[in-house]
Structure formats: structure tokens, C-alpha cells
Design a protein around this ligand. Structure first.
Ligand SMILES: NC(=O)c1ccc[n+]([C@@H]2O[C@H](COP(=O)([O-])OP(=O)(O)OC[C@H]3O[C@@H](n4cnc5c(N)ncnc54)[C@H](OP(=O)(O)O)[C@@H]3O)[C@@H](O)[C@H]2O)c1
Length: 241
């Protein structure tokens, strides 16, 4: 697993390096009963936690926050010390992409976020003013688009804050937005030894999006789980529209 942490992510193709981290069943399903927990084996959960060590920000879609009751990023003492040695805060902030701003403000993600890693909401200028006023009381708001969140604009805002590595933890709709915008540099995909989950593939690109192409960089397996690491093609346009 250390191989994944050690990857050189210092030369992104665009504003920041975006790593998607997802787990799928053998049939490609991204959830079981609306949650990812039953898909993830112990070794996969360990990788999931450890990858957060490298993130300047953890990016997640609002539906995942609603369905999973997303929590704060917790890291081991060793991981926090390693981050601090690099001049990073002990844990990365979470940034939630939402148009509706329909979120449970009682979550620890909003109530207990440390000062150095305040939770952010990425939304568009067309957000409902009342919902926006409420959201501002619980999180930092970043506008990244007029009618919807545009991945490139969100990443420009991150880059302005000095963020270099964005860890996108899904869900499939948010991941699909970044794929369609050609903003996914790397995909860590765990294949768990189960079939028969929800009818939700691991990535859902918006209608009309082209096919994005990737190159396989690493393969590992442990505990019947396959770990694949892909990077976007560099030498040619990875989009075949
Ligand atoms: N297998 C895995 O690794 C994995 C990882 C994460 C989640 N999951 C599972 O995936 C499911 C949820 O995924 P999902 O695909 O339904 O939803 P999602 O990607 O988590 O969130 C979708 C929501 O994000 C917001 N959003 C996304 N793109 C936007 C844009 N361009 N502009 C504005 N808002 C945008 C919208 O929020 P609003 O509705 O608030 O406007 C949208 O409804 C859950 O069952 C979860 O357990 C699986």
C-alpha cells in the first residue's frame, strides 16, 4: 500500500492533481443498500484511510454525505505527524459539492470540524438564498459556477488556496462530473469479491460526455480484493468524444 502513497503527484495536467478513490463489486456496483460499507473489505478500508494522508482536501458529493452520514477525516498520530512535517495541517478538510444545500447540519462534519480544516461547501451562484444563508452558518462556501458546479472552477479555487492533491471519494455522480471535465488524473479502484448490490455503477458521467481513457499503473491483490491504480493518458487527449 505504501506504493500508492509514494506516487509522484507533483505534476498535474490541470489546476490540481485529482485522485478518485472508489470500490466496486465484481459486477461494478458502487453500493449495497445505499451504503458502501458492505463492499469494502478490511484491507480496502485500511487503504481508504491511509490515502487520506496525502490529501490537501477530500472532495465528496452531497448524496454520499446524505446517505453515509459522512464524518470528519481521522488519521493516525503517525500520519498526522507526517503531514505536519510537510507543512500541512494534521488532517485535510472535507469539501462537499452540492447544488441544493440540503444537508444535515448536525453532522460532526459541520459541528466538530477543527479550525484548521473547516468543512467547505462547493456550490453555484444559483443556490437558493435561504439555503445559502443557513449553509454559511455551518461551513465555508465556495462558488464554482453559475448554474452548477464546474469542476475546473472548483479546482481553480482549490489551487488558489494552495491545494495540490484533491482526493475525490465519490460518489459516482460527482466522479462522473470530474471525468467528463477531463479533471480525473488518477483512479484508485478496489474490486471487492461480491456481486449483487445496488444498480449504481462506480462512475456516472453526464449525458453526452465522451469516453475518457486511462493507463493501468499498478495492480495488487490481498484478501480476495483487487487494487487497481490508473492514471489519465498524457500523450494524447484522454477524451475520445
Ligand atoms: N463505491 C464507492 O467507492 C462509493 C463512494 C462514494 C459513495 N458511494 C455510494 O454512492 C451513492 C451516492 O452517490 P451518487 O452518485 O448518488 O451521489 P454523489 O455523487 O455522492 O452526490 C451527487 C450530488 O452531488 C451534487 N453534485 C454533483 N455534481 C454537481 C454539480 N456539477 N453541480 C452541483 N451539484 C453537484 C448534487 O448535490 P445536491 O443534490 O445537494 O444538489 C448531487 O445530487 C451512495 O449510495 C454511496 O454509498 C460509493
Amino acid at each position: 500500500m505504501d506504493t500508492y502513497l509514494a506516487v509522484d503527484r507533483s505534476a498535474p495536467r490541470h489546476e490540481c492533481w485529482v485522485t478518485g478513490h472508489m470500490v466496486a463489486g465484481l459486477d461494478g456496483t458502487a453500493a449495497i443498500g445505499g451504503k458502501v460499507g458492505a463492499l469494502s473489505t478490511d484491507v480496502d478500508q485500511d487503504l481508504f484511510r491511509r490515502m487520506r494522508q496525502i490529501a490537501d482536501v477530500v472532495l465528496v458529493g452531497a448524496e454520499t454525505v446524505r446517505k453515509e452520514g459522512y464524518g470528519l477525516v481521522r488519521l493516525s498520530d503517525e500520519a498526522m505527524a507526517a503531514r505536519e512535517a510537510l507543512g500541512k495541517p494534521p488532517t485535510p478538510p472535507v469539501a462537499i459539492v452540492s447544488g441544493s444545500l440540503d444537508l444535515n447540519w448536525q453532522l460532526k462534519l459541520f459541528r466538530e470540524a477543527p479550525e484548521y480544516a473547516k468543512t467547505m461547501i462547493i456550490t453555484s451562484e444559483s443556490a437558493d438564498p435561504d439555503a445559502l444563508a443557513e449553509a454559511k452558518q455551518h461551513a465555508e462556501i465556495i462558488f464554482a459556477g453559475t448554474t452548477r458546479v464546474e469542476p475546473d472552477v472548483a479546482l481553480q479555487a482549490f489551487a488558489q488556496r494552495g491545494y495540490q492533491i484533491v482526493l475525490c471519494e465519490g460518489g459516482p455522480t460527482l466522479l462522473g462530473e470530474f471525468v467528463a471535465a477531463d479533471r480525473l488524473d488518477e483512479l484508485l479502484l478496489s474490486i471487492a469479491p461480491v456481486m449483487g448490490g445496488d444498480n449504481l455503477p462506480v462512475g456516472v458521467t453526464p449525458e453526452g460526455a465522451g469516453i475518457a481513457r486511462y493507463e493501468l499503473q499498478h495492480v495488487m491483490h490481498e484478501d480476495h480484493t483487487l487494487f487497481l491504480r490508473y492514471e489519465a493518458l498524457r500523450d494524447e487527449d484522454p477524451h475520445d468524444v
